[in-house]
Write a protein that binds this ligand. Sequence first.
Ligand code: NDP
Length: 291
Amino acid sequence: MTIESVAFIGLGAMGWRMAAHLPKHFNDVRVWNRTFDKAEQHATAFGTTASSIEHAVQADVIFSCLPTSQQVEDIILAHPPKPGSIWIDCTSGEPASAQKLSQQLLEYDVHFLDAPVSGQTIGAENGTLTVMVGGNIQALERARPAITPFAGLIEYVGEAGSGFAVKAVNNMLLAVNLWAAAEGFSTLKAHGVDMQGALNCINASSGKSNATETVLPQRVFTRAFPNTFALNLLAKDTGIALDLVQRAKLPAPLLALTQSLIRAASDTSNADSDFSSMVKLLESWTKIELS
Ligand code: NDP
């Protein structure tokens, strides 16, 4: 299949930037957003075409990037794609939903790939996202030219739902590492240790993680907490990961505890808080500001 037309549904923090790469590779790029002004602004800024949802789902390849699998299911149910097309869902979604949608859409001769992304808004802007793909591998090979424009790594990880599973576990690890780093640095501050010096040492040692290398120095110690990835979306992801643990009937006490902490942090914060502001819950207990 030669891809003549692509569509992008959901121009949020991620989708806006991901879709911006597509017109460099395809002439017919349709964008749709619930708040339609954003689609029109995207068309003006990047040379895409603001389309009705009915027109968008008639593209050869359709991307979606929405908060949860529920919104994706609602749109697909109301607006089924055309036979022969490939639906690529970049939402951080639920594996069970991917399994259901891939079965349902096959009846319409449509392949559904779960293809969540990692790399945050800066990775979307630079076109360097990690894309973890579950579903039919031949469909991925056909769709690959449409994913490449915003990807640094495209990795096939297994049957339908596998991409969503990897993404959920990845974000659980982000949460575990950030919470642990916040506890560790609170302890060091309580003992009067120099924070920048401690950070320099740990980032050149075995305790380092993305939390110590970027999240603490860039978002927490600066007190900037820039809202690029909502805490309630991270809480959704850790919930998906814990659901996977429970379905596998595995003991995972650290992941269960982390999910409780992230859920509590999300429930007690503002709706638009960045994920990094989870540390404020710990700070409210310790009375130690991480700065
Ligand atoms: P945003 O909240 O910035 O954007 C959400 C998008 O979904 C908007 O376009 C919004 O439209 C649309 N939307 C919300 N509800 C509905 C609905 N009921 N029907 C149709 N459209 C709807 O989210 P992000 O871009 O940050 O995240 C999108 C997905 O990507 C999530 O699953 C998230 O977990 C994941 N993700 C996010 C990352 C990040 O750094 N932000 C990194 C990696 C993955 P409207 O403009 O009308 O509100």
